[in-house]
Design a binder for this molecule. Structure first.
Ligand SMILES: Cc1cc2nc3c(=O)[nH]c(=O)nc-3n(C[C@H](O)[C@H](O)[C@H](O)COP(=O)(O)OP(=O)(O)OC[C@H]3O[C@@H](n4cnc5c(N)ncnc54)[C@H](O)[C@@H]3O)c2cc1C
Length: 434
């Protein structure tokens, strides 16, 4: 079993330029995932020149080339919950940001030359309990009639029609969502950015910045060899999500990195998998400890993911937990070989909302995919870029929203194992009284 992502078989992340031939630029973007690259594309499409992207890893080697490839755009809270935190106006704008993210991602995707296996085959949300099913129904009923059409409510008895498992109390099929090849998508974004004149450097870690007479001076350190470099930039954008390190304490105090795990099975008979997950829809559920799964783009493997563990652990340990749950979901997969097991970091905010804006020192940031960010982070990168360009009316929604911090917390989420235990209890007890 390999401990690299299945996606890298076809689209392994590549290095960018390795040495700097200049010491200043107009915009320095830290992070070459969906958010950093999407911001670079929007800036360059608006005519901005002198954009440099830097990453300590290879291009897109963070979460963006490791994820499940399921695309949708749901917020992790209702508008009423958002209104209690942000007030009515901001809450409406935030919900609007989430609603726009998937259409935006599809529009951006249409401008990319490289294919990324986009398949709008639909997604399924399985209800863990009858209460969850009632909530899913209410969520659909609250939508305006034109949006309701793409939601199909599946009663418990009907679940086998869309998924051959007995673990759900009903489900919702979203016919307007689907899946992609995540590593091909990040590669396509990088190629589009380069085509627009953006330069991408890898193997350099951002260590912080100080103000200069014009803009900032960023300190960078080579990941190998210990070399140091300074780049003066008119503006800096940090797009580090779950990989942010102690070099940005302001973000570390506000964000919780969480490891998410995935496995890929060996190839299995196509017809068997078509009977288990018809049409290759992407599946998630309503549990606190969420599991998600789909088939590979050729339909011959199951790719199964989740937050199998809440302690920092290895790919192998994560794989053992995922395998157990996969076999529980589909007993037909018992004993099947695993070809790949891997992990990556997602990033949560205390309010489960994405955030973007400007820190006290004038450096811009986007952060917090809260578990799912293919379309959200693509859109967030675009939104922050518009804000950086000074477009009127862009300081709204998630941009400039209050970004809560946790006191006595420095970025080391020591409390996650306890959160995991509590979530496991909630998930189990939800079925006791169901
Ligand atoms: C296993 C897994 C499954 C997932 N499944 C899904 C899914 O099915 N659907 C979905 O929508 N989302 C999913 N996600 C979430 C999704 O992958 C992320 O939301 C998205 O990729 C975030 O993009 P990003 O550009 O913000 O961050 P990333 O892609 O993580 O990029 C951040 C980059 O910043 C770089 N960086 C950080 N600090 C520094 C520094 N100091 N100097 C230089 N570079 C730095 C990192 O090296 C990294 O490349 C999943 C994530 C994981 C890990």
């Amino acid at each position: 079993m390999k401990t690299t992502p299945f996606w890298w078989e076809e689209a392994e992340p590549q290095h960018g330029e390795r040495s700097f031939d200049r010491t200043d630029c107009a915009v320095l973007i830290v992070g070459s995932g969906y958010s950093g690259l999407s911001a670079a594309i929007t800036l360059a499409e608006a005519g901005q020149t002198g954009i440099m992207v830097v990453d300590s890893l290879r291009i897109g080697e963070g979460a963006s080339s490791r994820n499940g490839g399921q695309i949708g755009n749901a917020a992790k809270f209702t508008e009423a919950q958002a209104a209690a935190r942000f007030g009515d106006k901001r809450a409406r704008e935030i919900m609007d940001d989430y609603a726009r993210s998937m259409p935006f991602m599809l529009a951006r995707g249409a401008t990319l030359k490289d294919p990324f296996d986009l398949n709008l085959c639909g997604t399924i949300t399985g209800a863990h309990s009858r209460k969850d099913m009632a909530r899913l129904r209410q969520g659909r009923d609250r939508l305006p009639p034109d949006q309701r059409q793409s939601y199909e409510i599946i009663d418990e008895m009907q679940v086998p029609r869309v998924l051959k498992t007995s673990i759900y109390r009903g489900a919702v099929v979203r016919h307007d969502q689907g899946n992609i090849h995540p590593a091909k998508y990040v590669r396509a974004l990088a190629n589009r950015a380069r085509e627009l004149g953006v330069r991408i450097f890898t193997g350099w870690r951002y260590l912080g910045a100080r103000r200069a007479s014009q803009g900032h001076i960023a300190q960078l350190g080579a990941v190998q060899g210990g070399e140091a470099a300074e780049i003066r930039a008119d503006r800096i954008l940090l797009a580090m999500n779950g990989y942010v390190g102690p070099e940005v304490p302001w973000l570390r105090k506000r964000t919780i990195p969480v490891q998410s795990y995935m496995i890929a099975t060996e190839e299995m008979p196509f017809d068997l998998l078509e009977s288990l997950i018809p049409g290759n829809r992407a599946v998630g559920d309503t549990k606190h400890i969420l599991y998600y799964f789909r088939r590979s783009p050729d339909g011959k493997r199951i790719l199964f993911g989740g937050r199998a563990r809440f302690r920092t652990s290895t790919e192998e340990e994560g794989a053992a937990g995922l395998r157990r749950f996969m076999e529980h979901t589909f007993p037909e997969t018992r004993g099947v070989g695993l070809s790949h097991a891997w992990l990556g970091n997602v990033c949560f905010a205390y309010d489960f909302c994405s955030h973007g804006g400007r820190m006290e020192d004038g450096v811009y940031y986007v952060s917090c995919c809260n578990g799912g960010g293919i379309s959200n982070q693509t859109h967030l990168g675009h939104r922050i870029a518009e804000y950086m360009l000074g477009k009127p009316g862009t300081d709204r929604g998630v941009i400039g929203s209050h970004f809560p911090k946790l006191y006595f917390y420095n970025g080391n989420p020591w409390f996650l194992p306890m959160v995991g235990t509590w979530y496991r209890f909630l998930d189990r007890s939800a079925r006791w009284f169901d």
